[in-house]
Every structure is written in C-alpha cells, then in structure tokens.
Design a protein. Structure first.
Length: 225
C-alpha cells in the first residue's frame, strides 16, 4: 500500500461491496451523515490506534486506507458487526477487529484512541469511566479523538434523538438500552477532569446532525495536532 494524501471514502465503502445489501446501505447512510472526512485529518498518521465501538469498521478502515503507517484495532460489543468488519477488512493489512466490551476489556497502551458516536449509549458515570480509562491507556503525547452529538442546535439534536431512538429501541441495529446525549459543556468538563487538554470543534456544517469533535491530548500545553 502507498500512502495517499486524501483517502477517498469511496474506496473504503467498496470494501463492503460483497456484503449483504442492508450492510452496504447502512454504511452508505453512515458515510453520508457523519463527517468522517473532517474527523480523519485529526488522527495522527502513524502509531497504534484503537477504534472503540467501531461498529462495522467503516472509520477504522478509512483510517487504515488513508495511512499504512497506522495500525488500527477496532473493538465492538456486537459480534455480528465485528464479523462484518472482518470480512470488509480482508484485503487491508493494517487493521483488525475484536469482539469486546470496551468498559470491561483490558487493553495494552496505545498512541491514539478514536470513539465515534458511542458515548450517547452510556450514562455519565460510564462515560467518566471510559474517558479515565482512555487517559490511562494512552502513551505520553497520545490523543483521544472523540466525535459525538451535541445537544444544540435544538432541531438538529431532536432529529438525532429520534433517529437513534429508532436505531436502538425499535430497529435494534445499535446495541444499547437508553440514550444519554451529553452536551459539549458536560463532555468537555468530564474530559478535562480525566486529565486531557481539550480542543472542541463543531463539525455539523452541511450536516443535519449536531456533530462535535473533541481532540484531546494527554499533553498539558497543546491540542497535539
Ligand atoms: C452508532 S454506532 C457507531 C459505530 C462507529 N463508531 C461509527 O462511527 O460508525 C455505536 C457502536 O457502539 C457499540 N457499543 C456500544 N456500547 C459498547 C461497549 N460497551 N463496548 C463496545 N462497543 C459498544 C455498538 O455496538 C455500536 O456498534
């Protein structure tokens, strides 16, 4: 694999071409509604990366295809999603997937952790546990790249809430029992308390969901970008 400046998300989507139509549709919608291309440049181009709550592995694969110097491991609590992610990653050497609960799984130290749209499935106590665990797991100078849904603007939040209600409670395509959307202020405070230096940036321009990115560094003085 040669390094590319901008990895086309289309190439990542094509990894799913032999998988069932519903899987292709799900990932197509996901790529169209989540600003992966704005998030990916925040991820360092090399090192050991854990993608926690990776789902079908779309972002893990995108990071892997974007830079062969990244060694990515995706973790998800859904066995079925991990099976799909493994099939999609058959020809991509620098990514692997594991079935695990990120709350209980012991993980080795790493350089970068990404968590995209997972924390809304967890109450504040669990989020606190997870971000503290991430801070402990990261090597010095490591980064946590967190993307989530803000609670503002209100109309975007309500839309995201209804969509996730459908996904979690009715269609059951996402594992979880309750929804706990955390505001930018709440999450920022939790991350700082865990010891991170936090840079928050809205990512929702042109998107109907209120995406927000937290680039969190274990350094005390910079965003680490
Ligand atoms: C909305 S999906 C996001 C998937 C992926 N990060 C993305 O951006 O496309 C949330 C994922 O978090 C996973 N998840 C929820 N709780 C988890 C836990 N305790 N451990 C591992 N994965 C979890 C779900 O199974 C689901 O695949």
């Amino acid at each position: 694999m040669t390094e590319k400046t901008v990895a086309p998300l289309r190439e990542t989507l094509s990894c799913y071409k032999n998988l069932p139509r519903m899987v292709r549709f799900h990932n197509y919608v996901r790529h169209a509604t989540c600003p992966f291309e704005r998030i990916e440049p925040w991820v360092p181009r090399g090192g050991t990366i854990y993608d926690l709550g990776c789902g079908h592995g779309l972002f893990s694969l995108y990071m892997a295809i974007s830079s062969p110097r990244r060694r990515i491991t995706g973790f998800d609590i859904s066995e079925e999603k991990i099976r799909i992610a493994r099939e999609a990653a058959r020809d991509i050497p620098n990514v692997s997937f594991h079935h695990a609960d990120i709350l209980t799984q012991d993980l080795d130290p790493c350089d970068v952790i990404t968590i995209l749209d997972v924390l809304y499935l967890m109450p504040p106590g669990r989020v606190k546990e997870i971000v503290s665990k991430c801070h402990r797991m990261l090597r010095p100078g490591g980064m946590l790249i967190l993307s989530t849904t803000d609670t503002h603007p209100r109309w975007k939040y309500l839309l995201a809430y209804c969509q996730e209600l459908l996904a979690v409670k009715i269609l059951r395509i996402t594992e979880g029992r309750e929804l706990f959307f955390h505001s930018r202020k709440e999450l920022g405070a939790l991350l700082q308390t865990a010891g991170f230096t936090v840079h928050a940036e809205r990512m929702d321009r042109g998107y109907v969901h209120p995406h927000i990115l937290f680039a969190c560094s274990t350094r005390q003085d910079a965003t680490g970008k």
